[in-house]
Design a protein around this ligand. Sequence first.
Ligand code: HEC
Length: 124
Amino acid sequence: MADPVARADLMAYLRDWSDRPQDIPEAEPTARKTEHDLDPAILAIQGDPAYGEYLSSECTTCHQRDGSDQGIPSITQWPAEDFVVAMHAYKRKLRPHPVMQMMAGRLNNEEIAALAAYFAGLRN
Ligand code: HEC
């Protein structure tokens, strides 16, 4: 597709409808900055992966540590920023899923950053 705008729109459309949008990577030339209005101070928090590992046991009753998707999306190896944005979207009820709203609602900013750092570094 020669037209870059049409190309980017098609990728965005496919990502919206995919149950594994992380498999349609945001790569040049179609990459777009993730749209969100999260406070940059929250995104700047350096998560502690060891603390994230400690917190992760309540996540891995559902999400697989090996990154496999068994009806529940894979959350390993995400760019930490995308992970933090997703968790805060549940926390602020911008994403509708009630279980994840409850999980994220119990976590503070440091805990979310720690989980993002831990899951980003998990290799299968
Ligand atoms: C009871 C099962 C369950 C538990 C426990 C759970 N999750 Fe989830 N999680 C889900 C489901 C189901 C979804 C898909 C929700 C949706 O459609 O928005 C999800 C979605 C997510 C997403 C977004 C995935 C995507 O592809 O957009 C992230 C990030 C996430 N969970 C992180 C966590 C973290 C971190 C924890 C632990 C603090 C956790 N989850 C605990 C079931 C769970």
